[in-house]
Ligand binder design. Structure first.
Ligand code: SPV
Ligand code: MG
Length: 288
């Protein structure tokens, strides 16, 4: 299912960020057809910085909660793979076991730093990173969509370096290329796409160039747009507003209509299914 979405040049697909079971369930209910298990959002929800402070096992456990909570395919942001080829293939194997549909690996060095902050983004050696991709491919074969993410534009190395790396990663067996840019317009990313000519399908993350209309991505025959952090940021804004209000008013009377009713939470988490299961499986209460 994810392969059809990410690897299609025909129809633009959208992956929504999820960082836990609840955010995954909400995205599914809104109609998204696939999820992005965001490193930034998962780390933030755990109280960590997106700098490989969360361990690979914590990532795998978060992904398991996301996978278990919906029927949607999940593309996992695996950062650089938490080390060399061996760490990357171990991560891939465990993610596959927990039901992930795809893995995105970026050509950064361990420990990484989130692409949208700071100026220090050292790139991995091309051959070394290609080895990580080949090791993952040899380990999980066709069972996990492998997205190779290029950080060359983030690191300020320009278009030629990005294209050179994309060809190397295609040769190494990647199924799709994620080209990341943190410019406020889509120009840099679109220059890459023009030059690349869809040798492999292209995935983008329009967090900083959010003003660009989606029609521009369709025109450029991009395969997949990742809305990478919007559930986490929406939750942060809502929690801040509500906490500020409760402090200021020393009470919760005025906020009730601004928060999700408990009935919505019970519905999202399918308490009705549990009630039915109790009828079916629970012993009748002992009359004595
Ligand atoms: C993420 O969602 O963790 C990403 C995208 O990798 S970004 O934060 O832009 O690096
Ligand atoms: Mg990330």
């Amino acid at each position: 299912m994810l392969r059809a979405q990410v690897c299609s040049n025909g129809e633009l697909s959208f992956l929504m960020e999820a960082h836990d079971g609840l955010s995954a369930r909400i995205a599914e209910r809104s109609g998204f057809k696939g999820l992005w298990a965001s490193g930034l959002s998962i780390a933030s929800s755990l109280g960590y910085r997106d700098a490989n402070e969360a361990s690979w096992t914590q990532l795998v456990e978060s992904v398991e909660r996301i996978v278990d909570s919906t029927a949607l395919p999940v593309l996992v942001d695996g950062d650089g793979g938490f080390g060399n080829f061996n760490n990357a293939r171990l991560l891939a194997r465990k993610l596959r076991q927990r039901g992930a549909a795809g893995l995105s690996l970026e050509d950064s060095c361990f420990p990484k730093m989130n692409s949208l902050i700071g100026e220090r983004h050292p790139l991995a050696d091309i051959d070394e990173f290609s080895g990580r991709l080949r090791a993952v491919k040899d380990t999980v074969a066709e069972n996990l969509v492998l997205v190779a993410r290029i950080e060359a534009l983030i690191a300020g190395h320009g278009l030629n370096e990005a294209i050179f790396r994309a060809h190397a990663y295609a040769d190494a067996g990647a199924d799709a290329i994620l080209i990341h840019s943190r410019k406020s317009t889509a120009d840099e990313m679109l220059s890459f796409v023009g030059e690349w000519r869809n040798r492999l399908p292209v995935v983008i993350v329009p967090t900083t160039y959010y003003r660009t209309p989606v029609s521009a991505y369709r025109d450029a025959r991009i395969s997949t747009v990742v809305w990478a952090n919007h559930a986490m940021r929406a939750a942060a804004a809502a929690m801040r507003r509500i906490c500020d209000s409760i402090v200021a008013q020393e009470g919760v009377a005025s906020i009730e209509s601004h928060i999700a009713p408990l009935s919505e939470i019970f519905e999202l988490l399918r308490y009705d299914e549990l009630a039915l299961a109790e009828k079916r499986y629970l012993q009748p209460a002992n009359p004595w």
